[in-house]
Design a protein around this ligand. Sequence first.
Ligand SMILES: [Zn+2]
Length: 319
Amino acid sequence: MFNRNTKKKTRFSDFLSGEYARDYINQTTPYAEQIDRAAKRIREADYVLIGAGAGMSTAAGAEYGGRFFEEHFAEFQKIYGKGPYMQDMYSAGFYPFPDQESKWGYWSHQALLAGPDLDVTPLHRTLLDALKGKKIFLLSTNADRQFEKAGLPPEQVFATQGTYDRIQCKRGCHPKTYDAVELFRQMERARQNGRIPGELVPKCPVCGGNMEMNLRVDNFFVEDENWHAAEDRFSRFLSECMDGKTVLLELGVGFNTPTIIRFPFEKLTRQRENISLVRLSRSKAMVPASLGDRAIGINADMAQSITDLAEKLREGGEE
Ligand SMILES: [Zn+2]
């Protein structure tokens, strides 16, 4: 599939993989040695393709439930009860809001807190600093844009599942998305008892129907011009790094949507000897045994492992 010398780009759809490894192991190498090995791989690499999942944002300090939710969403818990929904930002998003005023009253609040107003960039920055000098690209399922906030140019990012700052037609009737940050701020200011005034409810400029967050939750997710441009850049990067010394650096990707980053990274590592996989996760860092020493899986608190890895990389080349 990834032929040498081919000019054909690898489309994102070809990159995706549903192939579950049957030989997962948790590596038993001591932690310090794993960090050493990962640092060595990265040091020798020309290309680093970062794959980031929810675990990265969490490790960096993003909060979704618990006391954070109680604190910031008390208004909604009071109206809707805590129930099964109003526990954390993930579950609450599925609440069957009675009308658009209530729906956007909630969503504008969550979108701002989880997106534009979120700042958990120090850990992201630590990593980016440690990767200076490498050609890097980020494939991310996170909608929070924290790597960009930390300084990664947007041209080096492909956020496949959408971002918290854009909205689209609910039925995806036309391939466009709209920046909604200012609208969300207006909603935030105007909200009373969980609802926004009717005149702030966004309507599709084409079909007149309801709007939705541009987050991939169903088949109506809109892949707009920017999405396709990012896919293009991703494909180009992939073609380039296919023959170079490449590390796939996977950060906090579990098994929720493994077909986007986890399985494809395993597939690429299997196919190419010049590619290695460094997988960091709090508890899901098992790697296929058959990848041998080209796969390093570090089960550890990621704030710690990223910090240690970055420090090792800063120390330079002494082995
Ligand atoms: Zn529409």
